[in-house]
Ligand binder design. Structure first.
Ligand SMILES: CCCCCCCC/C=C\CC(=O)SCCNC(=O)CCNC(=O)[C@H](O)C(C)(C)COP(=O)(O)OP(=O)(O)OC[C@H]1O[C@@H](n2cnc3c(N)ncnc32)[C@H](O)[C@@H]1OP(=O)(O)O
Length: 286
């Protein structure tokens, strides 16, 4: 039984099956919403989100991110660092416009690709770290929690503040948060709609380190990735996936059920009214 599941897992280790060279990474096979830079010396790939003004997770950005994660994994990079080209925002989370009075078919595609993105990052075979060089609310935070290590710059916020505007989160989003923070902290933070300052995030363990600059954050992420040098890459990947198995099992067993629940909730007047007020609030800020 265990052997069968290990063999199944081995087959899923993408780097073994992929054949592209590292060189092709920097040529950017995608539409430019993400860029990949591979450090020749360390072999670590830095994946930057590059969708002004605030890296909202649009369908296109999510597609590009998934393609880029797959490319980096397939090219046997030593690790992946997720960061942003914007110096104030890591990611503003899901594109709220996609959730407001949505076209039903597009909404289904949108939520499915969000599931895909989280799975690609959470189960990525190589070591992952997030250099959080700006605000990381909502799905921006969930992407960071899907990575194995987080380094953040001062004076920004991170967290899932969904309840503030009558949003719920899916169970797998909660489990991603809970894979980093103790359950009681997650329960309180989700119910409060808490956004943690960098210092608070460090104190509760939502981030691992604070950095003085983006350059330092990238170096700290690279140092973390370097800590796996003595581990056999295949054994490491299998071990990582075993540790993360309980976070993904329910979603993988019933992705259609998660999609249905989310689509149903997004269509409720409670959600749509909360979202409308939130969008107004963002406009009024100006
Ligand atoms: C059963 C389960 C049900 C599940 C239901 C689904 C629930 C999903 C729950 C959570 C997932 C999410 O990720 S929802 C997204 C939540 N994100 C936010 O609320 C972030 C909102 N944005 C901000 O707080 C700020 O923009 C910022 C702190 C990230 C940056 O501030 P800054 O001052 O630098 O920039 P502006 O606020 O001026 O924004 C610039 C520009 O971008 C627009 N904007 C910002 N965020 C979003 C967004 N998430 N989606 C769409 N558009 C966004 C903002 O309105 C400005 O637009 P204009 O220039 O046109 O005014």
């Amino acid at each position: 039984m265990l052997r069968n599941s290990l063999i199944g897992s081995l087959r899923q280790i993408k780097p073994i099956l992929c054949s592209q060279s590292l060189r092709s990474l920097s040529n950017g096979a995608n539409s430019g919403l993400t860029t990949i830079e591979v450090d020749d010396k360390s072999g670590i790939a830095t994946l930057s989100m590059n969708l002004p003004p605030v890296n909202t997770l649009t369908l296109n950005l999510m597609h590009d991110l998934i393609d880029s994660i797959n490319q980096i994994e397939c090219n046997k990079s030593r690790g992946l660092i997720l960061t942003s080209s914007n110096d104030k925002v890591f990611s503003a989370g899901l594109d709220l416009k996609e959730l407001y009075k949505p076209d039903q078919e597009r909404l289904k595609e949108f939520w499915t690709i969000f599931q895909d993105l989280w799975l690609a990052l959470h189960l990525c075979g190589i070591p992952t770290a997030a250099a959080i060089n700006g605000h990381a609310p909502a799905a921006g935070c969930i992407m960071a929690t899907a990575c194995e290590y987080r380094v953040m710059l001062p004076d920004f916020v991170i967290g899932v503040h969904a309840t503030r505007f009558s949003f719920l989160v899916s169970k797998w989003m909660m489990l991603s948060y809970q894979s980093v923070l103790p359950r009681r902290i997650v329960e309180r933070a989700l119910n409060q709609g808490k956004l943690f300052s960098t210092q608070e995030a460090l104190e509760v363990g939502l981030i691992d380190e604070v950095a003085g600059s983006k350059k330092e954050a990238l170096a700290q992420c690279a140092a973390f990735i370097g800590t796996f040098d003595k581990a056999n890459p295949i054994a490491r990947t299998l071990t990582k996936r075993m540790c993360r198995d309980s976070d993904v099992t329910e979603l993988l067993r019933d992705r259609a059920g998660d999609l249905r629940a989310c689509v149903d909730y997004i269509n409720t007047p409670l959600f749509q009214e909360g979202l409308s007020a939130h969008l107004e609030g963002l406009k009024e800020k100006k």
